[in-house]
Design a protein around this ligand. Sequence first.
Ligand SMILES: [Zn+2]
Length: 175
Amino acid sequence: MSIRPILIHPDPRLKTVADPVSDIDEAMQKLAEDMLETMYDAPGIGLAAPQIGILHRLIVMDCAKDEGAPPRPLAMFNPQIVWESDDRNIHEEGCLSIPETWAEVTRPAEVVVQWTDPAGDPHEDRLSGLWATCVQHEIDHLNGTLFIDYLKPLKRQLITRRMKKLKRERSRDTA
Ligand SMILES: [Zn+2]
């Protein structure tokens, strides 16, 4: 397993619609493992393949973040929301591609998701709470949508300017 560098917004790859995964081969299984390792290392509770520059429909999550809770790694190929509740939930979201930035986003409180696991088996599950927020945030990444796209334009521009500055500073540090 290896830790992959995470892209920082703005980056055209974060605004691209990712392609479905037609064949879950060994390379794809390895990619899912790398993404989980990268997510835990960050640390984060979710990561989508476009965030490491890979434009395939694959996300990983682990929202079991209570202290002492056993890890619950989840890798979803081609995840799809097939039902969402009318009930809405407001959650303060962050993103590994938009470091040190949080904002409230309103989303359906519960969703039913279908996906294929790394072994190629199909799944369907009803997610709520943090898991529901996270899966919607990650699936958004597969469609080129970031959580700041839900914010007012002025706030979004402010965050984007800050991220550009951060990227400049980071590239200077490594130069
Ligand atoms: Zn994100």
